[in-house]
Write a new protein. Structure first.
Length: 309
């Protein structure tokens, strides 16, 4: 029978069938030894799998097959910089929770997330939380970022999970979709999920005062059924979003505003840094591409290590 992976807890998985039956499932050893699987986790939350209930134990099952993924999103694995960890699979969209204060989400982090999502054809909604503590300086910054990212084609929202301001709008964009929710620790992700799903009561943790960074509360990705329809995948708070499986030549394709200019560059292999006749740099100079986004592009480009074949 078919089931969806709702949670991964090491070697065991929580799976749910279309009829709502829940099993504790584990993988057949064959998947663990499959050399074609280059990630540290061959099965991820959101995967559709085939299971066989185990004889004599109605609560346990064996995962016998993994269906092809429609898409997935990865980050660099905590077990090794050159390995990748699949965060979640089969997504309709990703939601990045950002804050401009306590803690501040850097534009570099936002852009890395957007690049990773674009590489896997996953639309992103940017939700800025903690509106209740923003003063004039933060509101000006939000308006600047809102203009930038909506101009590129991303949906941007401003909410306060603490005051439940904007929650109905968030519910509307999540309805009937499978959405990944991510963000730094401390941005209020758990508080927002508690607003969306009263009764769930996810643990929330205050931002640690000495560092200004949030403390980790979610330790592994987990999927929840939303009351209004759809599913939400909560991910661990991530401090960095390492770019994996993207070459230097590909990177500009995942900056959506650069795409219209790529065929106009003088050289086919233009990296848009020092090459003459570069249409992307011309668009930056004319103001059609944001200087901040171009700086993000150049910074990410420097961090990409090309594989030797």
């Amino acid at each position: 029978m078919q089931a969806l992976i709702y949670k991964s807890t090491g070697s065991w998985y929580v799976v749910k069938t279309a009829t709502g039956e829940t099993f504790q499932a584990r993988m057949k050893g064959i998947f663990k030894k499959n050399e074609d699987i280059t990630s540290t986790n061959p099965v991820a939350v959101g995967d559709l799998v085939e299971i066989e209930p185990e004889d004599g134990d109605a609560a346990n099952a064996m995962i016998t097959a993994i269906s092809d993924r429609r898409n997935y999103i990865v980050r660099s694995s905590p077990h090794g910089r050159n390995k990748k960890h699949i965060v979640a699979a089969n997504l309709d969209q990703a939601v990045l929770i950002c804050t401009l204060k306590e803690p501040r989400t850097s534009q570099g982090f936002i852009d890395r997330f957007l690049v990773t999502a674009a590489a896997y054809h996953i639309p992103v909604i940017l939700i800025f939380n903690k509106k209740d503590i923003y003063r004039e300086k933060e509101m000006e910054k939000f308006e600047e970022l809102e203009e930038l990212y909506t101009g590129i084609g991303y949906q941007v929202m401003l909410i306060s999970a603490k005051e439940e301001d904007g929650i109905e709008e968030v519910k509307a964009v999540l309805k009937d979709k499978t959405s990944l929710m991510s963000g730094h620790s401390g941005v209020g992700k758990s508080s927002l999920i508690n607003d969306l799903m009263p009764g769930l009561d996810l643990r929330t943790t205050a931002v640690s005062g000495w560092s200004g960074k949030g403390l980790h509360t979610t330790t592994s990705a987990e999927m929840y059924d939303l009351p209004e329809g759809g599913r939400l995948i909560d991910t661990p708070g991530v401090r960095e979003f390492g770019i994996v499986d993207i070459s230097k030549a590909e990177l500009s394709h995942y900056f959506l505003e650069m795409q219209p200019y790529l065929d106009e560059c003088q050289f086919n292999n233009c990296l848009h840094i020092n090459e003459p006749g570069c249409a992307v740099k011309a668009a930056v100079n004319s103001g059609d591409i944001s200087v901040d986004r171009y700086v993000s592009y150049a910074t990410i480009l420097e961090t990409i290590e090309e594989k030797e074949y």
